[in-house]
Design a protein around this ligand. Sequence first.
Ligand SMILES: Cc1cc2nc3c(=O)[nH]c(=O)nc-3n(C[C@H](O)[C@H](O)[C@H](O)COP(=O)(O)O)c2cc1C
Length: 364
Amino acid sequence: MKEENDKTHPIDSVSPGETDHADALVEQRKADHIRINVEEDVSFRNLTTGLDKLYLMHEALPELDFDEVDTKTTLLGKSLKTPLIISSMTGGAAEAHRINMTLAEAAQEVGIAMGLGSVRAAIEDQSLAYTYQVRSSAPDILLLANLGAVQLNYGYGIEECRKAVDICQADALILHFNALQEAVQPEGDGNFSGLLSKVEQICSRLPVPVIAKEVGWGFSELTASRLASAGVAAIDVAGAGGTSWSQVEMYRAPTPRHARVAGAFVDWGIPTAHSVRYCRQGAPDLPIIASGGIKNGIDVAKCVALGASAVGFAGVFLRAAVSAGVEGVVDVAGAITDELRVAMFSSGAGDIAALSSRTLHIRE
Ligand SMILES: Cc1cc2nc3c(=O)[nH]c(=O)nc-3n(C[C@H](O)[C@H](O)[C@H](O)COP(=O)(O)O)c2cc1C
């Protein structure tokens, strides 16, 4: 996300002698984001994803063989063994590279998709490109590059988008929309005006699909329909109820006042379950990715029943990667898949198409 862009130390305006210092600042910010996400409580206080209030009807006689329950699916033309995505997280620093390699190896092993963190650091400084280059370890996965959409208002255009995709050898580009995060950062890029037409230009000129993604506060029906009309190929809701980026910014805030303002937004946003519904209504023809606060395979099953084509996890996989490496991530992805299969079996859905036609019920 915003990590590479500190206006008090702009990376793109340093002289060669200052480069080491600027790199150190980027590295520090990346490390801060990872450390805060791993060590601090960055969850919403009271707001939940809304998935806890929904349930799939239990079918005691599913008329299925459990061994034949099939989780495979396709997204943007690539097959996934199970409808999971490791959501965009990091890059741009040595530690971030280790995490990306860990996540990519695991994604290849279990056959799921993966997003890289904002590639801006590598566009500003080519020597950081290696931190995003995981393709050799994950030749078959659906791999997604990532840039902040707002950068299109700060000098970025089709060339930078192409470069981001090329650096990562990605199959698609995520443009993330993090207006609230920018607004609570003292150094944030807050000019989101006139952005839609720039997104439209990128969608029409980039040779790979563009995915619009929030970062933890969700998309409304209005925004989803605007993004669909701009030509995005998919929407990742990244709704509220999981990692709260206003909380992350609160822990990084330089003054008590900044911390107070960021902290006030702890329960802001559109719960993930609601945002999936809004996006289905606003962009009925697009694949919707559900993410934000997804805990387990039962949540995944509910999201698919709500209309999601795939489901993303960020914080859960980050903590597994940091604490237990490739094996840890493979293990977590395996457990989530097992939970999904049991949920499918127990609700009488033998495959993802059947699951997506299941009705969700509201718990009284
Ligand atoms: C350490 C970290 C870094 C992140 N960086 C990015 C990023 O660069 N681009 C982006 O679109 N989202 C980024 N995110 C947001 C996640 O992709 C995701 O939308 C959000 O954390 C909500 O998912 P969760 O509740 O499963 O963690 C980051 C998340 C984490 C934990």
